[in-house]
Design a protein around this ligand. Sequence first.
Ligand code: CU
Length: 145
Amino acid sequence: MKMRIFAAACALTALSMFAACNNETELNIETVGDTMAYNTTNLTAPAGGTVKLTLTNKATSPAMQHDWVLVKPGSEQEVSLAGITAGAAKDFIPDNANIIAHTKLTKPGETDTITFTAPVTAGDYPYICTFPGHYPMMKGVLKVN
Ligand code: CU
């Protein structure tokens, strides 16, 4: 009986919200042409929820490589500098305890999808691109609520 109620609720959810029945939040973020910019500086996710995020690198210039790195509040500059220190061998993504989730470093035309668990504590979590020189322009906030 419980199973039947659950299935019915799922069907309703799928119809009304066009969403899967697993509480997964789908987020999409793109980079803007051959600039150092994301197409949005604000994303939202539920605390403790499963997030499926896709980064699409819309650039055509080979120099425009980008990633999406979610960090603990206040650590964005430290992680950015650590990325530069990590260097090209690590795709400028450091081993750093402040990193909550990250995509790979994408080349122009590439897409990367990651799945992660949003922080359980509500708050504003910064995301940045750790490619050298991009952080001052490429940053935003994931609102966890
Ligand atoms: Cu970038």
